[in-house]
Ligand binder design. Structure first.
Ligand code: BGP
Length: 476
C-alpha cells in the first residue's frame, strides 16, 4: 500500500528569534522580536518602543542555540531528522534593514549552521521572514505600510539565495502570512508586518496594503530565486485553521465559506499570481484604494510558488451574527466554541481530522505539493523524579495527527513533501513569550523569568519520533 514517499522529509521546525538568542552578537541589529516582553495566556506580549532596562526580553537569550548549535544539531541527527526548518534572522544579515551591504559575520553564522546540518545529511528548510523584521525598518519606515519594504526584502532574499544556493533547496518567503487577517494592532506588529496601528488609522485597510506589498515582495523574490538556482523549491507559508460552520444553517455555511476566503486569499495570490474576484470586490466595496500597480500585477504573475507550506494546530468554528449580514468574518466576534472538540490550556482546539481537512482544502484548490511545516502541542512539561520528561500527551497528539496525514496521502492521494512538527526543541513561545509553553522533543532547562542551566534533556517523544522516522511513518 502506498504511504509516505520514500524521500519524505521528516524533521522539526523552529524560528530564529525564538531560539537563537545572541540578539546583539556579531553585528546583529535588534529585530521587532527583540523589543517584545513576556506575556501570558491572558495578557498579550508588550511591545516596547525600544529596549527598556529591567524588562524581561525572552528572545534576547532564548535557548542560546547560537552557541549550542553543534550539540543541538547532533541531537536532531540522533532523532533521525532528514530536514530541519529554521529561519534566517533578517537583522543578522542586514542589521538595520536598509543598508546596501550585508553583515558578513551574520552570513557566516548560517554558513556554519547549514554546513553542520549537511554533515548529518539534514536538509535545511529556510523561512526568510518568520515573525520578525529589523526594528529600524519599523521606526524609520513604519514597517510593511511602506512600499520601500519591497526593495529591502528582495535585497535580503537575493543575498540569502546567492549565498546559500548550494546548501538550501527548500525556501519559504513569509511565515503564516495570512495570520494578519486578525488585524488588531498588537497582532500586526508581531506577525511579519512590523506595523503599529495609530488610533486614527483603519487597521483593516492598513493590513490589506501591507499584505499586498508582502505578496509583491514574495513574488519578486520567488522569481529571482528561480533565476539564481532553477532547482530551488520556493513555497509560501500559511496558517491553516479550518473554519467550520457551527451547524447546517445556510447562514452559517455561507459565513464559514466567506471566512475561509478571507483567511486564505493570500494562497490564491501566491499560487495563481493574481487576486481572486471576491478579494478585488471586497477591496472595492470598502473603498480601500489599495496601492496596487500594473507592475505589481505583472510581478505577482511572474513569481508563483512551487509548493504550499502550512502550519496546522487547530480548527475554529464560526457562527453567523444577524448584525453582520455581510458575512464579514472577524475572529473575535464570529468564533464560537466547537462542542465536539477539547482544547489545550491555551484554548487551542485539538482536532487531528482538521489536518486532513486542511490538506484536502489546499489540494483541491491549488494542485501543488504540500509541506506540513508546523504541527504540535504546547504544554507545561515537567521533569519527573527519574530525571526524564514523560510527555505521552504530546506523543498522542502527534500520532493522531500523523494518522490523519497518512489518510490524506494514502486515501486522498495528496502529495505531501514532509512533516516538520513544532518544535524541534523547546523554544520561546511566539504568542506569549513564555518558555513554559513547550512544544519540543528536547526539554531545555529555562523558565519564564529567564533562569535555568539551558541543559538539554530528550523527552519520551524524542524516542518515539526516532522510531517514526526510522520506519518512514509506519510505526506510529
Ligand atoms: C505559529 C508560529 C510559530 C509558533 C507556533 C506556536 O503560529 O509560526 O512561530 O510559535 O505558532 O505558537 P505559540 O508559540 O504562540 O504557542
Amino acid at each position: 500500500m502506498q504511504s509516505f514517499r520514500s524521500d519524505f522529509l521528516w524533521g522539526g521546525a523552529v524560528a530564529a528569534h525564538q531560539f537563537e538568542g545572541a540578539w546583539n552578537e556579531a553585528g546583529k541589529g535588534p529585530s521587532v522580536a527583540d523589543v517584545m516582553t513576556v506575556g501570558s495566556a491572558s495578557r498579550p506580549r508588550e511591545i516596547t518602543t525600544g529596549i527598556q532596562a529591567g524588562k524581561n526580553y525572552p528572545n534576547h537569550q532564548a535557548i542560546d542555540f547560537y552557541h549550542h548549535y553543534q550539540t543541538d544539531i547532533k541531537l536532531l541527527a540522533e532523532m533521525g531528522f532528514k530536514c530541519f526548518r529554521t529561519s534566517i534572522a533578517w537583522s543578522r544579515i542586514f542589521p538595520q534593514g536598509d543598508e546596501p551591504v550585508p553583515n558578513e559575520a551574520g552570513l557566516e553564522f548560517y554558513d556554519r549552521l547549514f554546513a553542520e546540518c549537511l554533515k548529518y545529511q539534514i536538509e535545511p528548510i529556510v523561512t526568510l521572514s518568520h515573525f520578525e523584521i529589523p526594528y529600524h525598518l519599523v521606526t524609520k519606515y513604519g514597517g510593511w505600510r511602506n512600499r520601500k519594504m519591497i526593495e529591502f526584502f528582495v535585497r535580503f532574499a537575493d543575498v540569502c539565495f546567492k549565498r546559500y544556493r548550494k546548501q538550501v533547496k527548500y525556501w519559504m518567503t513569509f511565515n503564516e502570512i495570512n495570520n494578519q487577517t486578525g488585524f488588531h494592532d498588537e497582532f500586526c506588529l508581531f506577525t511579519n508586518s512590523g506595523i503599529k496601528v495609530k488610533s486614527n488609522e483603519n487597521a483593516e485597510k492598513l493590513m490589506y496594503q501591507a499584505a499586498h506589498y508582502e505578496l509583491v515582495a514574495s513574488a519578486i523574490a520567488v522569481n529571482h530565486g528561480h533565476q539564481i538556482n532553477p532547482a530551488f523549491k520556493i513555497g509560501c507559508m500559511l496558517a491553516m485553521v479550518p473554519l467550520y460552520p457551527l451547524n447546517s444553517q445556510p447562514h452559517n455555511i455561507m459565513l464559514a465559506e466567506k471566512a475561509m476566503q478571507k483567511r486564505y486569499w493570500f494562497t490564491d495570490v501566491h499560487v495563481n499570481g493574481y487576486y481572486p474576484t471576491f478579494m478585488e470586490a471586497f477591496l472595492q466595496q470598502h473603498h480601500y484604494r489599495t496601492d496596487i500597480t500594473a507592475a505589481d500585477r505583472y510581478n505577482l504573475k511572474h513569481g508563483t510558488v512551487d509548493y504550499i507550506g502550512f502550519s496546522y494546530y487547530m480548527s475554529k468554528t464560526v457562527k453567523y451574527d444577524e448584525n453582520n449580514p455581510a458575512y464579514d468574518y472577524d475572529d473575535y466576534s464570529s468564533d464560537v466554541q466547537n462542542p465536539f472538540l477539547p482544547a489545550s490550556e491555551w484554548g487551542w482546539t485539538v482536532d487531528p481530522e482538521g489536518l486532513r481537512y486542511g490538506a484536502n482544502w489546499f489540494n483541491d484548490r491549488y494542485h501543488l505539493p504540500l509541506f506540513v511545516v508546523e504541527n504540535g502541542l504546547g504544554a507545561r512539561d515537567e521533569i519527573s523524579s527519574d530525571g526524564k520528561v514523560h510527555d505521552d500527551y504530546r506523543i498522542n497528539y502527534l500520532r493522531e495527527h500523523l494518522l490523519q496525514l497518512k489518510k490524506a496521502v494514502v486515501e486522498d492521494g495528496i502529495d505531501v513533501l514532509g512533516y516538520t512538527p513544532w518544535s524541534a526543541i523547546d523554544i520561546v513561545s511566539a504568542g506569549t513569550g513564555q518558555m513554559e509553553k513547550r512544544y519540543g522533543f528536547i526539554y531545555v532547562d529555562k523558565d519564564d523569568q529567564g533562569k535555568g542551566t539551558l541543559k538539554r534533556i530528550p523527552k519520551d517523544s524524542f524516542y518515539w519520533y526516532q522510531k517514526v522516522i526510522a520506519s518512514n511513518g509506519e510505526q506510529l
